[in-house]
Design a protein around this ligand. Structure first.
Ligand SMILES: Cc1cc2nc3c(=O)[nH]c(=O)nc-3n(C[C@H](O)[C@H](O)[C@H](O)COP(=O)(O)O)c2cc1C
Length: 319
């Protein structure tokens, strides 16, 4: 397998909204191209494709991280063809270089990282760790705001009201059903084994199974030590969201490498009005992309891995 094929394989582990994995790769000679798959967009909550672009950005960063760790120089062109909005990026491989030690650490987290929807324990995430994560996110062109204790109630209410409004929408219910009842061969969607039963939480976690068939218990902890961070950027053009997704991947991989459990929360950014409230949380200086809960897990048992699409459906190799 060539380094580019291995990079596309590594990218398959990237997180994505509803585990839609809305991307494809085309590998030709020295280049790999990342395409968005709009058919995999979750229309009821993502008509403008923000979450799809964040997900594709995360896949792009996974591929970049793999190649940097494997010791390859690359050039990355984002949205290289103005006539083709589905062509999100082209990575061209260069010459061998010494492996980047930080990328090596993060690449080791690629297959270990999982969205953990259970409650995290009392051990707090330190300011030192949050500063490190913030700097890393900034090196990827986005920003991180740690939600202050006096802002948690606002985040909780925005998330709860946004989630409630979505559950009242038949189109959302239909999307939820579609992406939580996938036949095994599709290798996508959110299975009950990775979803958490609804419980009172500091900030609500998405209820993927309103019919009460989620299998994970939130556990004995109460997210007391959890940090809630808002990933935000300068705008919401496709290039901003793609970069935002790369920053999301950087955040999740570094956090995982440092022993933190992570869980993205996007309910509050999916509709304009709660997103407006989140803009207030970041003092109106940027566009909120996503909330992430970070913490130390009480339960040492890892959550089951979410399925992944067959690589033969995702990677096209042409001469
Ligand atoms: C843009 C984006 C939004 C997401 N929103 C949520 C969310 O609101 N709630 C949630 O529990 N997980 C959310 N996730 C996590 C995905 O559901 C998860 O990545 C996917 O199911 C694959 O599982 P894994 O992360 O364990 O590999 C989101 C992920 C991304 C990239």
């Amino acid at each position: 397998m060539t380094p580019l094929e291995q990079a596309a394989r590594a990218a398959q582990h990237a997180p994505s909204v509803f585990n839609t994995q809305p991307w494809n790769w085309r590998i030709t000679g020295e280049a790999m191209e990342l395409f968005a798959d709009p058919q995999r967009r979750v229309d009821s909550i993502d008509r403008d494709g923000r979450l799809l672009l964040l997900s594709c950005g995360a896949a792009l960063h996974h591929a970049r991280t793999y190649l940097a760790a494997a010791g390859w120089s690359v050039t990355v062109a984002r949205l290289p063809d103005p006539g083709r909005s589905d062509l999100l990026a082209r990575i061209t491989i260069g010459h061998p270089i010494p492996p980047d030690p930080e990328a090596t650490r993060m690449a080791a987290s690629i297959s270990r990282r999982r969205t953990d929807r259970r409650a995290f324990g009392d051990r707090p995430v330190t300011d030192f760790e949050l500063t490190k994560l913030r700097r890393f996110v900034e090196s990827e062109g986005a920003y991180l705001h740690t939600v202050r204790p006096d802002q948690i109630a606002m985040l909780a209410v925005s998330t709860e009201v946004a989630a409630g409004a979505e559950l009242d929408d038949p189109a959302y219910r239909a999307d939820l059903h579609q992406w939580t009842s996938r036949p095994g061969y599709t290798g996508d969607g959110v299975p009950p084994a990775t979803a958490v039963k609804p419980e009172l939480r500091r900030v609500p976690v998405r209820d993927f199974f309103p019919d009460a068939t989620a299998q994970l218990d939130a556990g004995a902890a109460h997210d007391q030590g959890a940090a809630y961070v808002v990933l935000f950027g300068n705008g919401d053009q496709p290039i901003d969201l793609l970069r935002g997704g790369e920053a999301l991947s950087a955040l999740l991989l570094l956090a995982t490498a440092d022993g933190l459990a992570t869980a993205p929360l996007s309910d509050a950014v999916e509709a304009e009005w709660p997103r407006h409230l989140l803009r207030g949380l970041v003092a109106d200086i940027g566009e909120p992309y996503l909330v992430v809960r970070l913490g130390y897990r009480q339960d040492r048992e890892p959550v089951p891995a979410a399925p992944r699409r067959d690589l033969r459906d995702v990677i096209i190799i042409t001469k």
